[in-house]
Design a protein around this ligand. Structure first.
Ligand code: C2E
Ligand code: MG
Ligand code: MG
Length: 346
């Protein structure tokens, strides 16, 4: 029976997949098929449809235009994923998300030029990194709600630091691809900023370059609206993805953050050093600010300083820390006069 279903699926795919022409334009249509054979995949219509659905989604995930046969493993995976989704939703409402902040330091002194807000999940006492849950937030669409929470939290925090007498620098916030496809984003964010009385030029949004590449008109519009609001835009992980200069032309941005991949273990005269130097010169011509991410060692600083970037961010200077630690840093660590990174960070 399964072989029969597969034969039918293949025939359907061949039929549907054949190009056809509409007013002289070639049109390609794809299909994703899920197969749930009776009785192995279920005894009744409802269960079978359900399982065929799971297989169909699996087929969509593994690339368009294909088929997948239902397996019990798929059902377990789906159940696990649903449990993880529910845990995240619960975490949001139970207040288990937290923000850490990592300082960005100006290269012309130890001045803290900005803070990057980094999401954490305090799950049963362990602090989880966003790598372990942001992709799931994105897949489930929960990232929209969590993203709004992040912005509101940052605003509340800036207010609290100010009330404690701190001089608060720019704060940067990471945005995911799916958030930028949300046409309501800038309106909601403006409302949040207004309600905390935070000027938009206090906030920078970091966007990962890979997502900009699709020439998505919605993304373009949303980014433009955020800039019109008065927030600045940074390209995160510059050079790590499908690096293309097209987006520097297509999207107006203010800052590029050069990815740690270029930096770790960099030596004078290496290809990496030449690339970073070139990127920084290009950025200068385009009037963009340059931040170097993930600086861990003094030797890296020595190689990078002659390239003249604007800011460093990395464990060598500061690790991400909670709001209380940042308050101490902002309130009790005045700038030493005329300090220079190359002399002060040994
Ligand atoms: P990112 O925006 O590129 O953030 C920098 C990451 O590098 C952070 O990891 C930071 O802790 C880490 N890092 C900083 N300095 C160093 C260093 O010297 N060495 C090394 N090895 N790592 C360093 P983190 O906090 O785990 O965040 C990972 C990613 O998760 C972020 O990468 C960002 O893309 C995403 N993310 C974080 N917070 C949010 C958020 O609120 N919303 C969204 N959508 N994504 C977020
Ligand atoms: Mg970032
Ligand atoms: Mg980054």
């Amino acid at each position: 029976a399964l072989q029969g279903a597969i034969t039918v699926a293949e025939k359907l795919l061949a039929e549907v997949g054949a190009p056809y022409y509409f007013k002289g334009t070639e049109i390609l249509v794809g299909a994703s098929i899920g197969i749930a054979p009776f009785p192995a995949s279920g005894q009744d219509v409802e269960t079978l449809m359900n399982h065929a659905d799971i297989a169909m989604y699996r087929s969509k995930e593994s690339g368009r235009h294909g088929y997948q046969c239902f397996t019990q493993e798929m059902r377990l995976e789906t159940t696990r994923q649903r449990a993880a989704e529910q845990a995240l939703e619960r975490a949001l409402h139970a207040g288990e998300f937290e923000l850490f902040y990592q300082p960005r330091v100006a290269t012309d002194g130890q001045r803290i030029a900005a803070l990057e807000a980094l999401l954490r999940w305090r799950d049963n006492g362990t602090l989880k990194s966003p790598h372990s849950f942001v992709p799931l937030l994105e897949r489930t669409g929960l990232i929209g709600e969590v993203g709004d929470w992040v912005v509101a939290s940052v605003c509340g925090q800036i207010k609290a630091w100010r009330e404690a007498g701190c001089d608060v620098p720019l704060v940067s916030i990471n945005l995911s691809a799916s958030q930028l496809r949300d046409v309501g984003l800038s309106r909601r964010l403006r409302r949040i900023l207004d309600s905390y009385d935070i000027r938009p030029d206090t906030i920078e949004f970091e966007i990962t370059e890979t997502l900009l590449l699709g020439k998505d008109e919605t993304v373009k519009r949303v980014l433009q609206e955020l800039r019109e609001l008065g927030c600045s835009i940074a390209i995160d992980d510059f050079g790590a993805g499908y690096c293309s200069f097209a987006y520097l032309r297509d999207y107006r941005v203010d800052v590029i953050k050069i990815d740690r991949g270029f930096i770790s273990g960099i030596t004078a005269g290496s290809t990496e050093a030449l690339l970073v130097g070139g990127i920084i010169r290009l950025a200068r011509d385009l009037s963009l600010k340059v931040v170097i991410e993930g600086v861990e060692r003094q030797e890296e600083v020595e190689v990078l300083l002659p390239c003249d970037p604007d800011e460093f961010q990395g464990y060598l200077f500061h690790r991400p820390m909670d709001a209380a630690a940042i308050r101490k840093l902002l309130c009790f660590a005045p700038d030493p006069p005329n300090s220079d990174v190359s002399q002060n960070w040994h």
